[in-house]
Design a protein around this ligand. Structure first.
Ligand SMILES: *[C@@H]1O[C@H](CO)[C@@H](O)[C@H](O)[C@H]1NC(C)=O
Ligand SMILES: *[C@@H]1O[C@H](CO)[C@@H](O)[C@H](O)[C@H]1NC(C)=O
Ligand SMILES: *[C@@H]1O[C@H](CO)[C@@H](O)[C@H](O)[C@H]1NC(C)=O
Ligand SMILES: *[C@@H]1O[C@H](CO)[C@@H](O)[C@H](O)[C@H]1NC(C)=O
Ligand SMILES: *[C@@H]1O[C@H](CO)[C@@H](O)[C@H](O)[C@H]1NC(C)=O
Ligand SMILES: *[C@@H]1O[C@H](CO)[C@@H](O)[C@H](O)[C@H]1NC(C)=O
Ligand SMILES: *[C@@H]1O[C@H](CO)[C@@H](O)[C@H](O)[C@H]1NC(C)=O
Ligand SMILES: *[C@@H]1O[C@H](CO)[C@@H](O)[C@H](O)[C@H]1NC(C)=O
Ligand SMILES: *[C@@H]1O[C@H](CO)[C@@H](O)[C@H](O)[C@H]1NC(C)=O
Length: 893
């Protein structure tokens, strides 16, 4: 059959004019090449069986309409590997997309033979070696993307001749050397990204001078010198990201000429001088981030003219003066971060009127006013960080209006008066309540006990008195407390978080007794008669005072004992291991298992070692890779290794440990709880139960083609409801998931779904890290459209991603599939079915919907829910809670 078809082409060719003959010979050559490529890459749909004559109808292939030569090849996102050298035989190729596969080895030099190529995307693979010099022959190339590979060496000078380049993307590789000068000579360059490499030297001073540069992203390199004025010369720049380099010099005034500039991120450099007043001319400015530089002068009031400004971060510089009153005009401002400067004056009440203000960080300045009563007129405020200033006066009772607050930092000021009981009304408060190092007096209000989500409470170094109210036992999430250096009296309430604290959390009080302090309360003390107690306290104080040396020596003895024990254990371990393995021993920096009964079974070293072997790898996600780890005890764990580029995690290890510990207490059948964690070198590992049944993605997309496929709609509906319940619970405790996908849902032995990667949302702070925004938005195909411009992860965004999972369950189709057509994903494909004249039934997996009328009816009802969830307008999507209700209703009827 195939031979016949090839012959027919050939014969047709022979009968035609000589020009056609040449073309037909090429067509034949293309088909033979495609067959060979298909065989090498195991593409089963590429065969003459499917369509006798026309390889142009094979998936991923697009031919020129007039002569049937292959012009476009799109093999993106297929998990492919193998030898791709043959692709260079497709001489007419203009457009080649091999992104998101598992190709490795060198990029074939022969790609330089594709002389017609205009678009080449090799991103998101494992290509190694260097960028081939042969690319210099691709004279028509307009877009080159080799990002997210393992490429080394320099960006070759040979590519200088690629005069037509409009988009050059080489980010997240291991490239070194400097940015070649010729990049500055490209007259068509619109997009240039080279972030997350090891590039050094200066940014070419002509970059952007001759071309309409729109996007420049060079963050996380070692670039030096100043920000060249040239990049603003054509006034077309929209996004500028230079974070985390070694740039010096001033912010050019000409930045103000770029009216369309929306995002400027130049933090973590060594820039000097002031902010140019011309900044006010950038009417579209949305993000301005210049933290951790040596900038100085006043915070210019001209920012107030940038009416779309959403985030302003000028932290850790040398700014002085006041926060301009005019900032009240910034009605879209969500985050104002100016900590670590030398600002003084009042907290600007005008800003507090902003309806969208979510984070106000004025900490570590010299603010010397009072906390205004209008502090929480805006109901959105989640982070109010005013610590380390010179604030005077009392904490206003109106603080209770801050209903959404997650963190309240007022430590190290000159605040007086009582702790207002209204703080107890802030039910969402969970990260921290810090009132330490002020002049607060009076009793601690019992209302604080209502803060059942709070993790950290610090009221140390004030003049607080009275007993520690037993009502504080209501603070069920508490991990860290500090009551030290006050005038508290009476017994410390018996409450695990208190007794587990260091005694330093309670020291320096006149009359406290009981665990964890070493002075026990005498029997009569409990009813408030504290005379004996005071005596015994004084005795102990005297002992401690006169015996600091004793204390120190006890500490030394304990430490020595611990060290000896450790050495003995190490010696014992090493006798059981090969000598050369000892040198590879991972150095465990920290680790914990939260469940007492599992401590014996889990060995941190075995956990760390398991993640060093690729054969243990189960899956790779946006933020982490998952490994299977077998313990010496026989227990099997699933270990999630956070990608090391998430430096924020490493730099905030103690915060991370607190978050993981807190999450281990979140208990829901459909959420994966961390069992513990291990930190070694710069690697963070999270431990979970191992689920041998794999992920929902595998369940839907792997098993359905196999012989044992059994249609089972009720099981799928139950899975959909379980996932929805897990997410509804997360939203209930104010946690937004960062990466919902069927690959992040595992199934237990009863097909009960368990949502994983919950921790990541707590460990990564999208507004902080230098990680590109795209890296925090989730998995391909599940990302809600609005993330592209809001750059903020939201609950409605989660509902959208869940809707995609529900569509996958209903259609048994992947979220992204070339079969939908160019630029069309599952969501779009389903939403546009009516306009294509297709009925909903044609969308559903027919193997399920044709089993019975009852199943079909339920699937149609669930499809309606999925359509609601994936509405392009976030506000129109239902809440997760309602999704659960709607699906449960389907199940019951
Ligand atoms: C083969 O391709 C031709 C042209 O694209 C198309 O009309 C025909 O329906 C296809 N045949 C099969 C069996 O898919
Ligand atoms: C086919 O069309 C392209 C433009 O789309 C043109 O450049 C080329 O010359 C045409 N080839 C033939 C054989 O007509
Ligand atoms: C890939 O295939 C080409 C021939 O098509 C061959 O020359 C080359 O050596 C192969 N490369 C590898 C790495 O096997
Ligand atoms: C294709 O490229 C390779 C390597 O660059 C070269 O050796 C070969 O001669 C080229 N073939 C053609 C037909 O141009
Ligand atoms: C690679 O870069 C090209 C050109 O800028 C772009 O069109 C394409 O979407 C990029 N690929 C990925 C996977 O981001
Ligand atoms: C850039 O272009 C200028 C003239 O347009 C030329 O003098 C210079 O040599 C070019 N630089 C590079 C590195 O190509
Ligand atoms: C930053 O620049 C200042 C002077 O402008 C210099 O003293 C300092 O060492 C530089 N810091 C770094 C980290 O380069
Ligand atoms: C502000 O943002 C809105 C919505 O994104 C946009 O329509 C508007 O043009 C922007 N304003 C300016 C001055 O760029
Ligand atoms: C706040 O500090 C500034 C600068 O030190 C000073 O001029 C001002 O008088 C102070 N205001 C108050 C109310 O103390």
């Amino acid at each position: 059959m195939p031979i016949l078809s090839l012959l027919s082409i050939l014969v047709f060719g022979l009968l035609s004019s000589s020009q056609l003959l040449i073309v037909n010979a090429q067509i034949l050559n293309d088909q033979l090449t495609l067959l060979a490529i298909g065989e090498e890459l195991k593409l089963s749909d590429w065969s003459v069986k499917n369509n006798v004559t026309d390889h142009c109808s094979w998936p991923g292939i697009y031919c020129s309409s007039n002569n049937s030569l292959v012009e476009r090849l799109d093999l993106s996102n297929h998990g492919l590997q193998g030898n791709i050298t043959l692709i260079s035989e497709l001489k007419s190729l203009k457009w080649l997309d091999l992104s998101f596969n598992n190709f490795h080895g060198n990029i074939p030099f022969s790609f330089g033979n594709l002389s017609e190529l205009e678009f080449l995307d090799l991103s998101f693979n494992n290509f190694g070696g260097s960028i081939p010099n042969e690319f210099a022959r691709l004279k028509h190339l307009q877009a080159l993307n080799v990002s997210n590979n393992l490429l080394v060496g320099v960006i070759p000078d040979e590519l200088e001749g690629l005069k037509k380049l409009q988009e050059l993307q080489v980010y997240t590789n291991r490239l070194n050397g400097s940015i070649p000068l010729w990049v500055g000579n490209l007259t068509n360059l619109r997009v240039f990204t080279a972030y997350e490499n090891d590039l050094s030297g200066v940014i070419p001073d002509k970059l952007g001078l001759y071309s309409e540069l729109e996007l420049l992203n060079l963050h996380s390199n070692q670039l030096e010198g100043s920000i060249p004025e040239s990049i603003f010369a054509m006034e077309k720049l929209e996004t500028l990201v230079l974070t985390q380099n070694r740039l010096t010099g001033v912010i050019p005034e000409s930045m103000g000429n770029c009216k369309g500039l929306s995002s400027v991120r130049i933090g973590n450099n060594n820039l000097t001088g002031g902010i140019p007043r011309e900044i006010g001319n950038i009417s579209g400015l949305t993000y301005f981030e210049a933290d951790n530089n040596n900038l100085s002068g006043e915070i210019v009031k001209e920012f107030s003219r940038c009416s779309n400004l959403t985030l302003l971060n000028l932290a850790s510089n040398g700014f002085t003066g006041i926060v301009p009153f005019e900032f009240g005009l910034l009605s879209n401002l969500q985050e104002l971060i100016v900590s670590g400067n030398s600002l003084f004056g009042e907290i600007p009440t005008s800003i507090l009127r902003g309806k969208n203000l979510n984070k106000l960080d004025l900490s570590n300045n010299r603010l010397n006013g009072t906390i205004p009563e209008s502090i929480c007129n805006t109901s959105r405020m989640q982070f109010l960080l005013l610590g380390q200033n010179s604030l005077r006066g009392e904490i206003p009772h109106e603080i209770g209006n801050c209903a959404k607050l997650l963190e309240l930092q007022l430590g190290s000021n000159y605040l007086t008066g009582n702790v207002p009981p209204e703080i107890g009304h802030i039910k969402n408060l969970q990260i921290s309540l810090n009132l330490s190092s002020n002049h607060l007096h009076g009793k601690l209000p019992e209302e604080l006990g209502k803060l059942d989500k709070l993790v950290s409470l610090d009221v140390s170094s004030n003049q607080l008195s009275g007993i520690i109210p037993a009502a504080l036992k209501g603070m069920l999430s508490l991990i860290e407390v500090n009551f030290s250096n006050n005038q508290f009296t009476g017994p410390i309430p018996s409450f695990v978080p208190f007794q587990k604290s260091l005694n330093s959390s309670f020291l320096g009080n006149k009359g406290l007794c009981g665990e964890p302090l070493s002075n026990s309360c005498s029997l009569n003390d409990s009813d408030g008669n504290s005379y004996h107690h005071k005596v015994s306290y004084r005795i102990i104080l005297a002992v401690i005072g006169s015996g600091l040396a004793v204390f120190a020596s006890v500490t030394v003895v304990v430490l020595l004992f611990m060290m000896r024990e450790k050495q003995e254990k190490a010696a014992k371990d090493s006798t059981t291991e090969d000598a050369d393995e000892i040198s590879n021993k991972p150095v465990i920096l920290a680790g914990n298992v939260f469940l007492e009964n599992l401590r014996q079974a889990i060995d941190f070293e075995a956990v760390a070692k398991a993640t060093m072997k690729d054969s243990n790898k189960l899956s790779t996600g946006t933020f982490s890779a998952v490994y299977k780890a077998e313990m010496p005890s026989g227990m099997i764990l699933s270990v999630r290794k956070l990608k090391s580029m998430d430096k924020t995690v490493i730099n905030h290890r103690s915060k991370m440990i607190r978050e993981v510990e807190r999450l281990s207490k979140l208990c829901h059948d459909n959420l994966m709880r961390p069992l513990g964690f291990v930190v070694f070198e710069d690697v963070v590992l999270l431990l979970h139960h191992y689920f041998p049944n794999g992920t929902l993605a595998q369940f839907l997309h792997d098993s359905t083609t196999s012989d044992e496929y059994k249609p089972d709609w009720p099981a799928r509906l139950a899975i959909a409801i379980g996932v929805a319940e897990g997410l509804a619970f997360l939203h209930h405790v104010a946690i937004i998931h960062l990466d919902i996908s069927s690959g992040n849902v595992v199934l237990d032995s009863n097909l009960n779904p368990v949502v994983g990667e919950v921790e990541i949302s707590k460990l990564l702070d999208p507004c902080r890290g230098t990680a590109s925004i795209s890296a925090v938005a989730g998995s391909f195909g599940y990302i809600p459209p609005e993330y592209a411009y809001t750059m903020q992860v939201t609950a409605p965004g989660n509902v959208y991603s869940y809707g995609v999972v529900l569509l996958e369950i209903l259609t048994t189709r992947l979220p992204v599939d070339e079969a939908f057509g160019e630029g069309i994903d599952l969501v779009k494909w389903v939403h546009t079915a009516p306009s294509r004249g297709e009925t909903p039934e044609q969308i559903l997996d027919a193997r399920l919907s044709t089993v019975s009328f009852a199943w079909r009816k339920e699937m149609l009802a669930a499809l309606k829910v999925a359509l609601l969830c994936t509405d392009s307008t976030p506000a129109k999507r239902p809440k997760m809670k309602n999704v659960v209700e709607m699906l449960q209703e389907i199940e019951q009827t």
